[in-house]
Design a protein around this ligand. Structure first.
Ligand code: F6P
Length: 326
């Protein structure tokens, strides 16, 4: 058993993700079941430094499971990257007699937790909350399923007008430096091409693909572009094709729409499982690990490995997407 855990803090950090509220709810409800007190830290690590820490009762998380965004707010914190900032944060946690912390966020959140726990002996559990699905140690991150459903719905709408006008559209999706959102939404919308950081973007080959499609009277095309695509985002690709080949196109950037909305059932269940198991992990003495699910089983990954190991996209999915888009 872990040291006597009586008071747990929970916070959300980094880009918000649909399902974060469900995770917070599960932490509070599970902790309350075990007669633990829970404190919400508002605005992530910055709030920990500014002392934005308030008790959370089980009633405080009523009627939030379906809400996008995060009740605890989030923020990116430069101050936390300083020793002084982390010392202030530690003092605030001690002032509330916090014994352990659940941090819900992405790689940046795990990095902050890892650096903090190198100095201060307070157990942290990390939960993968980001739409990017770029965190090692879990098949899916909280928010990814909702984000790809949002993007698919948007791209289906664009397909209608692309088809009506025989137009070429480049649609940019989020994902920071990885192409998980692009890959899944590209497959889900039957995109003519998917340009993402993990694969070669051969625009001359794409021009040949367009010419071949035109010869078989396929005169419209919808192409999904990951914002982190190596040699060009959607706007840059469109400009290249116009300047080099006089190929006209339209660009739609879905942007922060992918971060909002009511979490999908899948994200709600994933978030609830992770929040529930975060409290149980602390009670079992686990600390400074990230929780995830792999093949539906709960797994623990030390922060250092979760941060340093790169999560690879499924190569078979990439190959399948290429074949299905011919
Ligand atoms: O990490 C989630 C994410 O939405 C990325 O996909 C995107 O690049 C980034 O956050 C945008 O950050 P911000 O909301 O701070 O502009």
């Amino acid at each position: 058993m872990g040291k006597n855990i009586r008071r747990i803090a929970v916070f959300t950090s980094g880009g918000d993700a649909p399902g974060m509220n469900a995770a917070v709810r599960a932490v509070v409800r599970t902790a309350s079941f075990h007669d633990l007190h829970v404190y919400g830290i508002f605005e992530g690590f910055q709030g920990m430094i500014e002392g934005k820490i308030e008790r959370l009762e089980t009633s405080d998380v009523a009627n939030i499971i379906h809400l996008g965004g995060t009740k605890l707010k989030t923020a990116r914190s430069q101050d936390f990257m300083t020793e002084e900032g982390r010392q202030t944060a530690y003092e605030n946690l001690m002032a509330h007699e916090i014994d352990a912390v659940v941090a819900i966020g992405g790689n940046g959140t795990y990095t902050g937790a890892m650096v903090f726990t190198e100095t201060y002996d307070i157990p942290f559990i990390g939960l993968p909350g980001t739409i990017d699905n770029d965190i090692f140690g879990t098949d899916y991150t909280i928010g990814f399923d909702t984000a790809i459903n949002t993007a698919v719905e948007a791209i289906d709408k664009v397909r209608d007008t692309a088809h009506s006008h025989n137009r070429l559209f480049f649609i940019e999706v989020m994902g920071r430096h990885v192409g998980a959102i692009a890959l899944y939404t590209g497959i889900g919308t039957g995109a003519g091409r998917i340009f993402m950081p993990e694969t070669e973007t051969d625009l001359e080959d794409f021009v040949k693909h367009l010419q071949k499609a035109s010869r078989r009277k396929k005169l419209f095309n919808v192409v999904v572009v990951a914002e982190g695509n190596q040699n060009g985002n959607a706007m840059q690709i469109a400009q290249y094709l116009e300047e080099k080949h006089s190929i006209k196109s339209k660009v739609t950037i879905i942007g922060h729409l992918q971060r909002g909305g009511s979490p999908s059932a899948s994200d709600r269940v994933l978030a609830s499982r992770l929040g529930y198991n975060a409290v149980n992990a602390l009670l079992k003495g686990k600390k400074n690990v990230a929780l995830g699910t792999i093949n539906h089983k709960i797994v623990y990954t030390p922060f250092e490995k979760a941060i340093s190991d790169r999560k690879l996209l499924n190569g078979d999915l990439i190959k399948m997407a290429d074949i299905l888009s011919q």
